[in-house]
Design a protein around this ligand. Structure first.
Ligand code: AMP
Ligand code: MG
Length: 349
């Protein structure tokens, strides 16, 4: 299959390209497009055969359900049942935006999209290109991250092409995404509502709006024998090819320890990557040092995380050492993804 790659400008949308994307989606094809979180791999969510193609292209386990992307509240009514007043309030505040909510599904949503579940995950993105593509494609677009399963999620069209060239019909290139980590997932079928995956819309933001929010315990206790409530969270996601270790503690000691570990590994003949910040990169003495952003603005760290993990794959490093980050605000999403990428391998000093 030949993959068409077309650039669009966010502020000056090329309707011919969007129309073509819509035509492909309506015919049951696959189109990758940018959202504010990461690039999505879209298919018509109400067409079981189209949704199935997503699993094949990504190599995604079939029990890992897809998120349906919509652009308006009427569409929410068509694919769900029992939308509570709380959920409507959350939607009013945080949609469109980087938040997914889980509801009971309606009849028209095929089990091929929900991985056999009676619930459905729904998001209304704010990105202009995403909105146009969803509407052109019929209004109900299943769109998981557009990476091969197990690789870091794509934050540029180039990342999508690395994984999907020749496997999907089209990539709509709208430049680099804004946030860089996937949406918050909030289960609205339970009371209190429960966060199944942390993202840019935080527990604190949601609690301020609707009161108590639970967090899936498997996100907090990685060793717990319990299975995560979002089926996708049980897989070793976001993984670079190298062995990643997070070093946690006083920042001066962390820098010293990473220098020591890197020197040791290099002497054994290994190639080592380091994830530092603007505040520390000048202090690393050895290895392939990359700056992930600044601690003064954690959004920069979220924005560069997946891109840096992919760069280390290209550089073919054997080991990666990363500093640890604060866990408030967007930090809870950053550390959730980084810990998963590290298989929870942390050195505390
Ligand atoms: P992705 O779109 O690749 O970022 O992954 C979607 C995430 O949403 C996965 O972790 C899924 O397991 C989760 N998800 C989708 N639908 C449901 C659902 N009905 N119940 C719980 N989790 C869901
Ligand atoms: Mg994903």
């Amino acid at each position: 299959m030949r993959t068409i790659i077309e650039k669009v400008n966010k502020n000056e949308l090329n309707t011919e390209i969007i129309k073509e994307a819509g035509r492909i989606l309506k015919e049951g094809g696959l189109v990758a497009f940018p959202t504010e979180t990461v690039y999505g791999l879209g298919a018509d969510a109400l067409n079981e055969d189209a949704a199935r193609k997503i699993y094949a292209a990504k190599g995604r386990p079939s029990d890992n359900p897809l998120i349906i992307h919509i652009t308006n509240m009427d569409a929410l009514g068509k694919i769900t049942r029992n939308v509570s007043e709380k959920a409507k309030k959350v939607a009013q505040h945080y949609w469109p935006g980087p938040l997914t909510m889980i509801f009971d599904k309606s009849e028209i949503v095929p089990y091929g999209t929900t991985g056999g579940l009676d619930t459905v995950a729904v998001r209304m993105p704010v990105h202009d290109v995403a909105k146009e593509v969803i509407d052109a494609g019929g209004g109900y677009i299943a769109a998981p991250s557009a990476n091969t399963s197990g690789r870091p999620s794509p934050t540029t069209a180039q990342h999508v092409a690395e994984d999907m060239d020749g496997r999907i019909d089209m990539i709509v290139d709208g430049g680099a995404v804004d946030i860089g980590v996937e949406s918050t997932i909030l289960d609205m079928t339970v009371d209190p509502p429960m966060i199944l995956r942390p993202g840019a819309v935080t527990k604190e933001m949601l609690e301020e709006l609707i009161g108590e929010i639970d967090v899936d315990r498997t996100l907090i206790q990685p060793d717990s024998k319990k299975v995560p409530k979002a089926p996708g969270m049980k897989y070793r996601h976001y993984a670079p090819k190298a062995e990643l270790t997070i070093v946690e503690g006083n920042i001066d000691q962390v820098v010293c320890e990473i220098n020591r570990l890197t020197d040791e590994k290099q002497k054994e003949g290994y190639k080592v990557g380091i994830i530092g910040t603007r505040e520390t990169v000048g202090r690393y003495l050895y290895g392939d040092v990359k700056c992930i952003g600044t601690r003064e603005d954690e959004a920069t760290i979220a924005g560069n995380l997946y891109g840096i993990l992919r760069e280390f794959d290209d550089d073919k490093v054997d080991f990666i050492y990363s500093e640890s980050f604060a866990t408030d605000g967007i930090g809870s999403a950053i550390m959730n993804r980084l810990l998963k990428a590290a298989g929870h391998h942390v050195i505390r000093i």
